[in-house]
Every structure is written in structure tokens, then in C-alpha cells.
Design a protein around this ligand. Structure first.
Ligand code: PAF
Length: 279
């Protein structure tokens, strides 16, 4: 395997005449990440997977400390897909030098709602690391999961603002058979919590089945009530918003809409979303 912890050495290894697909991750890889890596392999001559738990996107230090890390397992999983994949797993100083702080960006309304409202400063940290990775590694394409749909829009806005030529490619959410969206944080769920977790996707599907029949306001009320009567969860938000600008949608129109949800199951915070117009 080609594993690098310094971007300068990695850059010498990359053939700049070939296309490069980048899959940025924080490690603890699962099948969702693997689906991004496979897509990148299909669409590019070379693929770089970055494994870096980015400190500036954690507003809660405890969360950062507890974030699952296992580079050995990550490398094994990547190797199985293709030993040609290049892994970049740096220490903080290769990306942040001496001061581990976010740069400052203006994303307007898409930043301060939902995840940005609850995790203040989170998207400034995400944008900081993604800008660093894109400008240092100069990939042709970069792949991000739609599970973090708000993050995907932030990154699309980032590349426009910074005139970065990398194409940002959103990839569908990878779900377990029971509907649970895969996430590195799922490894913290107990067996009994894993059985309860599909409730989130069930509620999203209920919202989808009602879209076009009831208004967003009525659907939101209904879903909030379901969470109130399920004591396993504490709902952070359930919202119905347009895909392109994340403004609130009121009723079905020709514009694409998604339902977004974040809820705590025990100590673990889960997020998910579903396009309401696609079946
Ligand atoms: O989605 C993630 O895993 C992270 O936010 C990312 C994009 C790798 C930046 O650290």
C-alpha cells in the first residue's frame, strides 16, 4: 500500500497528468466510505483516501477525544478494494502547522441552521480542512456522502468562492438492511440501540409518503409527535427544506426537497435525510 503522512512526499508520487479522485474521511471506515472509494476508482486514474480526524470541526473536545480511530483496520479495508489506492494519513502539523484553528468563511444562511445551529463553528472547521486538502492535493474530483447533505452544500459553496476547480460529487447514503444510515458513530451503539435506530429512517419514509398530501408544517408536527411518544430518542430537529438553498419548503412544488433529521439515541447523536420526491 502507498501510505503517506506528508503531503509534499505524496504530491511527488501523484502523476499530475492523470485524473485524481479524492475521498476525504476521518477514518473508522465503513461500507458507506467504501461506496465513495469504489465510485472514485471507477471515475479516476488515481485515488487518494485521506484519513484525518480534523480537530477544528469538533466543537466538543470530548467528542473529538472519543472519535473512533483505527488506521490499521482502515488500511486493511482499503487494501481489499485496491492496493493501488493512495492513503494520506497525516498528523495535524502537516496540515495546520503550529496553530490548529479554523479559517473564516461566509456561507450565509446555509451555515447557521440545523447542524450549524447545534454545532456552532463546525462548518468553519470542515471548510478549513477541505480547502487545505483540495488546494494541497489538487484532485480532479472529490467525493462526499449525502448523509452530510448540509456539509456537501457548504463544500460546493467553498469551491465556488475560492475558485477551486475540483468537481464536488455527492454520493447516495449507504444504509444497513434495516434502513439505518451508516456512520462511524454507529459503532458506539449498543445491540439494543442498533435495533431501535431504524426508527429514524421510518419517520423519514413516513414524511416522504405524506409529501404532496399534507403541508410541511403538518408533516413536521406529526413527526415531532412521534418522537415525543418514543422515549428512546431526543429529537434535535426535523425539517423540510429545498435541496439547492436549504430554505424551508412549505408544500410540494417542482423544486427538489429533502427532510432532515438529527436525534440522540442514548448518548449517540444520529443524523439522516431523505429526498421527498424520489421513491
Ligand atoms: O465528512 C467527514 O468525514 C468530514 O467532515 C470530512 C469531509 C472528511 C472533513 O474532515
Amino acid at each position: 500500500m502507498n501510505i503517506f503522512n506528508q503531503h509534499s512526499i505524496l504530491n511527488d508520487f501523484i502523476d499530475q497528468n492523470q485524473t485524481v479522485g479524492l475521498v476525504p474521511t476521518m477514518g473508522a471506515l465503513h461500507k458507506g466510505h467504501m461506496s465513495l472509494i469504489e465510485r472514485a476508482l471507477n471515475e479516476n486514474d488515481q485515488v487518494i483516501v485521506t484519513v484525518f480526524v480534523n480537530p477544528t470541526q469538533f466543537e466538543d473536545l470530548n467528542d473529538l477525544k472519543k472519535y473512533p480511530k483505527n488506521l490499521y483496520d482502515d488500511v486493511k479495508m482499503i487494501e481489499k478494494v485496491s492496493p493501488k489506492i493512495i492513503i494520506y494519513a497525516p498528523e495535524s502539523n502537516d496540515l495546520y502547522e503550529s496553530s490548529i484553528i479554523s479559517s473564516s468563511y461566509e456561507f450565509g444562511d446555509i451555515e447557521n441552521i440545523m447542524e450549524g445551529n447545534i454545532r456552532v463553528g463546525h462548518f468553519q472547521g470542515v471548510a478549513t480542512i477541505v480547502e487545505k486538502l483540495l488546494t494541497l492535493l489538487l484532485p480532479t474530483n472529490a467525493y462526499f456522502g449525502e448523509k452530510d447533505f448540509q456539509q456537501l452544500l457548504i463544500i460546493k459553496s467553498l469551491v465556488v468562492q475560492k475558485k477551486i476547480s475540483t468537481a464536488i460529487i455527492g454520493c447516495p447514503i449507504y444504509r444497513d438492511n434495516n434502513g439505518l444510515a451508516l456512520s462511524s458513530r454507529n459503532s458506539f451503539l449498543s445491540e439494543s440501540e442498533k435495533n431501535k435506530a431504524p426508527f429514524i429512517f421510518e419517520q423519514l419514509k413516513i414524511a416522504r409518503s405524506l409529501w404532496g398530501i399534507e403541508s410541511a408544517k403538518t408533516i413536521i408536527k406529526r413527526i415531532k409527535n412521534s418522537f415525543l411518544s418514543n422515549h428512546n430518542f431526543k429529537l434535535d430537529y426535523f425539517e423540510i427544506r429545498f435541496e439547492n438553498n436549504l430554505l424551508n419548503a412549505e408544500k410540494k412544488s417542482e423544486k427538489k426537497v429533502r427532510a432532515f433529521i438529527a436525534a440522540k439515541l442514548g448518548k449517540i447523536r444520529l443524523i439522516d435525510n431523505l429526498a421527498l420526491d424520489e421513491f
